[in-house]
Write a protein that binds this ligand. Structure first.
Ligand code: ADP
Ligand code: MG
Length: 255
Protein backbone atom coordinates (compact mmCIF):
# COMPACT_ATOMS: atom_id res chain seq x y z
CA UNK A 1 0.00 0.00 0.00
CA UNK A 2 1.23 3.46 -0.88
CA UNK A 3 0.92 5.73 2.14
CA UNK A 4 0.45 9.46 2.05
CA UNK A 5 3.16 9.83 4.69
CA UNK A 6 5.64 7.09 5.47
CA UNK A 7 8.78 7.54 7.50
CA UNK A 8 11.73 5.20 7.70
CA UNK A 9 13.70 5.49 10.95
CA UNK A 10 13.38 9.26 10.78
CA UNK A 11 15.78 10.77 13.32
CA UNK A 12 16.79 14.29 14.35
CA UNK A 13 19.47 15.29 16.80
CA UNK A 14 20.36 18.82 17.84
CA UNK A 15 23.93 18.27 19.01
CA UNK A 16 23.65 15.93 21.97
CA UNK A 17 19.89 16.28 22.17
CA UNK A 18 18.04 13.59 20.21
CA UNK A 19 14.61 15.09 19.50
CA UNK A 20 13.19 12.34 17.27
CA UNK A 21 14.55 8.81 17.16
CA UNK A 22 13.91 6.04 14.58
CA UNK A 23 10.40 7.23 13.90
CA UNK A 24 8.29 4.94 11.71
CA UNK A 25 4.83 6.26 11.02
CA UNK A 26 2.36 5.48 8.25
CA UNK A 27 -0.49 7.78 7.34
CA UNK A 28 -3.16 6.57 4.91
CA UNK A 29 -4.65 8.86 2.33
CA UNK A 30 -7.92 10.36 3.47
CA UNK A 31 -7.13 9.96 7.14
CA UNK A 32 -7.20 12.64 9.82
CA UNK A 33 -4.06 11.74 11.76
CA UNK A 34 -3.53 13.17 15.22
CA UNK A 35 0.09 13.21 16.40
CA UNK A 36 0.12 13.46 20.17
CA UNK A 37 2.72 13.71 22.87
CA UNK A 38 3.69 15.77 25.89
CA UNK A 39 5.63 19.02 25.55
CA UNK A 40 9.06 18.44 24.11
CA UNK A 41 8.19 14.96 22.78
CA UNK A 42 9.34 15.82 19.24
CA UNK A 43 6.05 16.67 17.47
CA UNK A 44 7.14 20.00 15.96
CA UNK A 45 10.53 18.60 14.99
CA UNK A 46 8.74 15.77 13.17
CA UNK A 47 6.43 18.16 11.31
CA UNK A 48 9.41 20.29 10.33
CA UNK A 49 11.13 17.24 8.84
CA UNK A 50 7.96 16.09 7.05
CA UNK A 51 7.48 19.52 5.49
CA UNK A 52 11.12 20.09 4.51
CA UNK A 53 11.89 22.87 7.00
CA UNK A 54 14.46 20.71 8.79
CA UNK A 55 16.61 17.95 7.34
CA UNK A 56 16.80 14.69 9.34
CA UNK A 57 20.04 13.49 10.92
CA UNK A 58 19.21 9.96 9.74
CA UNK A 59 16.36 8.10 8.07
CA UNK A 60 13.96 9.49 5.49
CA UNK A 61 10.36 10.31 4.75
CA UNK A 62 8.12 9.65 1.74
CA UNK A 63 5.38 12.22 1.30
CA UNK A 64 2.71 11.72 -1.38
CA UNK A 65 4.97 9.16 -3.03
CA UNK A 66 8.09 11.38 -3.18
CA UNK A 67 11.21 11.17 -1.06
CA UNK A 68 11.41 14.44 0.87
CA UNK A 69 15.21 14.60 0.53
CA UNK A 70 15.20 13.87 -3.22
CA UNK A 71 12.19 15.79 -4.56
CA UNK A 72 11.30 18.40 -1.96
CA UNK A 73 9.69 20.74 -4.50
CA UNK A 74 7.32 18.03 -5.73
CA UNK A 75 6.20 17.59 -2.14
CA UNK A 76 6.01 21.28 -1.27
CA UNK A 77 3.75 22.02 -4.24
CA UNK A 78 1.17 19.53 -2.98
CA UNK A 79 1.17 20.19 0.77
CA UNK A 80 -0.11 22.99 2.98
CA UNK A 81 1.45 23.87 6.33
CA UNK A 82 0.26 25.79 9.37
CA UNK A 83 3.43 25.95 11.48
CA UNK A 84 3.58 26.41 15.24
CA UNK A 85 5.38 29.73 14.85
CA UNK A 86 3.28 31.59 12.31
CA UNK A 87 5.17 33.62 9.75
CA UNK A 88 2.66 36.02 8.23
CA UNK A 89 4.21 38.97 6.49
CA UNK A 90 3.20 41.61 8.97
CA UNK A 91 2.89 44.60 6.69
CA UNK A 92 0.35 42.96 4.38
CA UNK A 93 -3.41 42.79 4.80
CA UNK A 94 -5.24 39.46 4.52
CA UNK A 95 -5.97 39.81 0.78
CA UNK A 96 -2.40 40.80 0.00
CA UNK A 97 -1.04 37.94 2.08
CA UNK A 98 -3.12 35.38 0.19
CA UNK A 99 -2.22 36.95 -3.16
CA UNK A 100 1.47 36.71 -2.21
CA UNK A 101 1.14 33.04 -1.21
CA UNK A 102 -0.91 32.22 -4.32
CA UNK A 103 1.68 33.84 -6.59
CA UNK A 104 4.37 31.82 -4.87
CA UNK A 105 2.52 28.72 -6.08
CA UNK A 106 2.32 30.32 -9.55
CA UNK A 107 -1.47 30.38 -9.46
CA UNK A 108 -3.31 32.69 -11.87
CA UNK A 109 -4.47 35.91 -10.20
CA UNK A 110 -8.22 35.47 -10.85
CA UNK A 111 -8.11 32.02 -9.21
CA UNK A 112 -6.27 33.44 -6.20
CA UNK A 113 -8.79 36.25 -5.99
CA UNK A 114 -11.77 33.91 -6.11
CA UNK A 115 -10.39 31.45 -3.59
CA UNK A 116 -9.22 34.26 -1.26
CA UNK A 117 -12.72 35.69 -1.15
CA UNK A 118 -14.20 32.29 -0.36
CA UNK A 119 -11.60 31.45 2.26
CA UNK A 120 -11.78 34.83 3.99
CA UNK A 121 -15.58 34.68 4.07
CA UNK A 122 -15.59 31.12 5.40
CA UNK A 123 -13.05 31.97 8.10
CA UNK A 124 -14.79 35.17 9.16
CA UNK A 125 -11.98 37.44 7.92
CA UNK A 126 -13.83 39.04 5.01
CA UNK A 127 -14.24 42.42 6.69
CA UNK A 128 -10.61 42.88 7.78
CA UNK A 129 -10.06 45.17 4.77
CA UNK A 130 -6.81 47.07 5.03
CA UNK A 131 -5.95 45.93 8.54
CA UNK A 132 -2.37 44.67 8.52
CA UNK A 133 -1.81 41.16 9.82
CA UNK A 134 0.43 42.60 12.52
CA UNK A 135 -2.72 44.01 14.11
CA UNK A 136 -4.57 40.69 13.92
CA UNK A 137 -5.51 38.79 17.07
CA UNK A 138 -3.90 35.39 17.62
CA UNK A 139 -7.04 33.59 16.40
CA UNK A 140 -7.23 35.73 13.26
CA UNK A 141 -3.58 34.97 12.51
CA UNK A 142 -4.16 31.24 12.85
CA UNK A 143 -7.16 31.44 10.54
CA UNK A 144 -5.27 33.45 7.93
CA UNK A 145 -2.38 31.02 8.12
CA UNK A 146 -4.88 28.21 7.47
CA UNK A 147 -6.28 30.12 4.49
CA UNK A 148 -2.74 30.45 3.11
CA UNK A 149 -2.18 26.72 3.60
CA UNK A 150 -5.35 25.90 1.65
CA UNK A 151 -5.23 28.38 -1.21
CA UNK A 152 -3.37 26.11 -3.64
CA UNK A 153 -5.75 23.21 -2.90
CA UNK A 154 -3.18 20.85 -1.37
CA UNK A 155 -3.63 17.07 -1.08
CA UNK A 156 -2.14 16.98 2.38
CA UNK A 157 -2.31 19.49 5.21
CA UNK A 158 0.09 19.73 8.16
CA UNK A 159 -1.05 21.66 11.22
CA UNK A 160 1.12 22.17 14.29
CA UNK A 161 -1.08 23.01 17.30
CA UNK A 162 -3.75 24.83 15.28
CA UNK A 163 -6.04 25.19 18.30
CA UNK A 164 -3.41 26.60 20.63
CA UNK A 165 -4.68 29.81 22.22
CA UNK A 166 -7.81 29.84 20.05
CA UNK A 167 -11.25 30.84 21.31
CA UNK A 168 -14.25 28.53 20.95
CA UNK A 169 -15.71 30.34 17.94
CA UNK A 170 -12.48 30.37 15.93
CA UNK A 171 -11.85 26.77 16.95
CA UNK A 172 -15.25 25.74 15.66
CA UNK A 173 -14.67 27.52 12.35
CA UNK A 174 -11.29 25.85 11.90
CA UNK A 175 -12.77 22.44 12.76
CA UNK A 176 -15.50 22.86 10.17
CA UNK A 177 -12.98 23.71 7.45
CA UNK A 178 -10.76 20.77 8.37
CA UNK A 179 -13.69 18.33 8.40
CA UNK A 180 -14.72 19.53 4.96
CA UNK A 181 -11.15 19.11 3.70
CA UNK A 182 -10.97 15.48 4.86
CA UNK A 183 -14.52 14.68 3.73
CA UNK A 184 -13.49 15.17 0.12
CA UNK A 185 -10.63 12.67 0.44
CA UNK A 186 -7.66 14.84 1.42
CA UNK A 187 -5.37 14.03 4.32
CA UNK A 188 -4.56 15.92 7.51
CA UNK A 189 -1.63 15.48 9.89
CA UNK A 190 -2.19 17.48 13.05
CA UNK A 191 -0.41 17.88 16.36
CA UNK A 192 -2.41 18.94 19.35
CA UNK A 193 -2.38 18.44 23.05
CA UNK A 194 -6.11 19.15 23.29
CA UNK A 195 -7.24 15.55 23.48
CA UNK A 196 -10.98 16.31 23.30
CA UNK A 197 -10.51 17.93 19.90
CA UNK A 198 -8.31 15.10 18.64
CA UNK A 199 -10.88 12.59 19.88
CA UNK A 200 -13.62 14.41 18.04
CA UNK A 201 -11.78 14.94 14.75
CA UNK A 202 -9.17 12.29 14.17
CA UNK A 203 -9.56 8.90 12.51
CA UNK A 204 -6.00 7.83 13.37
CA UNK A 205 -3.64 8.60 16.21
CA UNK A 206 0.10 8.35 16.79
CA UNK A 207 1.60 8.94 20.22
CA UNK A 208 5.21 10.07 20.63
CA UNK A 209 7.18 10.25 23.85
CA UNK A 210 10.77 11.42 24.21
CA UNK A 211 11.25 11.22 20.45
CA UNK A 212 9.96 7.65 20.04
CA UNK A 213 6.63 6.46 18.71
CA UNK A 214 4.87 4.56 21.48
CA UNK A 215 1.55 3.88 19.81
CA UNK A 216 -0.16 4.18 16.42
CA UNK A 217 -3.48 3.01 15.04
CA UNK A 218 -7.04 4.00 14.34
CA UNK A 219 -8.69 6.04 17.07
CA UNK A 220 -10.76 2.97 18.01
CA UNK A 221 -7.66 0.76 18.22
CA UNK A 222 -5.83 3.23 20.42
CA UNK A 223 -8.73 4.04 22.75
CA UNK A 224 -10.25 0.52 22.78
CA UNK A 225 -13.63 1.96 23.51
CA UNK A 226 -12.38 4.13 26.37
CA UNK A 227 -11.33 7.77 26.47
CA UNK A 228 -8.29 9.04 24.60
CA UNK A 229 -6.91 10.67 27.75
CA UNK A 230 -6.70 7.28 29.43
CA UNK A 231 -5.02 5.69 26.40
CA UNK A 232 -2.62 8.64 26.20
CA UNK A 233 -1.58 8.39 29.86
CA UNK A 234 -1.23 4.61 29.64
CA UNK A 235 0.84 4.82 26.46
CA UNK A 236 3.23 7.28 28.05
CA UNK A 237 3.85 4.95 30.97
CA UNK A 238 5.41 5.79 34.27
CA UNK A 239 8.35 7.89 33.09
CA UNK A 240 6.26 10.68 31.64
CA UNK A 241 3.39 10.59 34.06
CA UNK A 242 5.09 10.06 37.43
CA UNK A 243 2.02 10.27 39.57
CA UNK A 244 1.81 12.57 42.47
CA UNK A 245 -1.04 12.34 44.90
CA UNK A 246 -1.10 16.09 45.28
CA UNK A 247 0.49 18.82 47.34
CA UNK A 248 1.48 17.94 50.88
CA UNK A 249 0.10 21.21 52.24
CA UNK A 250 -3.23 20.49 50.58
CA UNK A 251 -3.48 17.14 52.31
CA UNK A 252 -1.79 15.01 49.66
CA UNK A 253 1.68 13.59 49.47
CA UNK A 254 4.16 12.89 46.75
CA UNK A 255 4.12 9.24 45.72
N1 ADP B 1 16.52 24.00 17.28
C1 ADP B 1 16.66 23.25 18.37
N2 ADP B 1 17.84 23.15 19.03
C2 ADP B 1 17.98 22.38 20.10
N3 ADP B 1 17.00 21.61 20.63
C3 ADP B 1 15.81 21.65 20.04
C4 ADP B 1 15.56 22.47 18.89
N4 ADP B 1 14.27 22.29 18.52
C5 ADP B 1 13.74 21.42 19.40
N5 ADP B 1 14.65 21.04 20.32
C6 ADP B 1 14.44 20.09 21.42
O1 ADP B 1 13.92 18.89 20.87
C7 ADP B 1 12.91 18.36 21.71
C8 ADP B 1 11.61 18.23 20.92
O2 ADP B 1 11.10 19.53 20.63
P1 ADP B 1 9.77 19.75 19.81
O3 ADP B 1 9.82 18.93 18.57
O4 ADP B 1 9.57 21.19 19.67
O5 ADP B 1 8.67 19.12 20.79
P2 ADP B 1 7.07 19.26 20.82
O6 ADP B 1 6.66 19.96 19.59
O7 ADP B 1 6.58 17.84 20.90
O8 ADP B 1 6.74 20.01 22.06
C9 ADP B 1 12.80 19.28 22.91
O9 ADP B 1 13.58 18.76 23.95
C10 ADP B 1 13.39 20.58 22.39
O10 ADP B 1 13.94 21.32 23.44
MG1 MG C 1 5.55 21.68 19.31
Amino acid sequence: MEYCIETNNLTKAFGEKVAVVHLNIQVEQGSFYGFLGPNGAGKSTTIKMLTGILGPTAGDARILGYRMDRQPLKVKQRIGVVPEQLSLFENLNAQEYLMFIGRMYKMPKPVIQRRSEELLALLGLADTGNTLTLEFSHGMKKKLSLAGALIHDPDLLFLDEPFEGIDAIASRTIRTVLEQFVARGSTIFITSHILEIVERLCSHVGIISQGSLVQQGTLAEVTRGGRLEEAFVNALGDAETAQSTGLSWLGGGVA
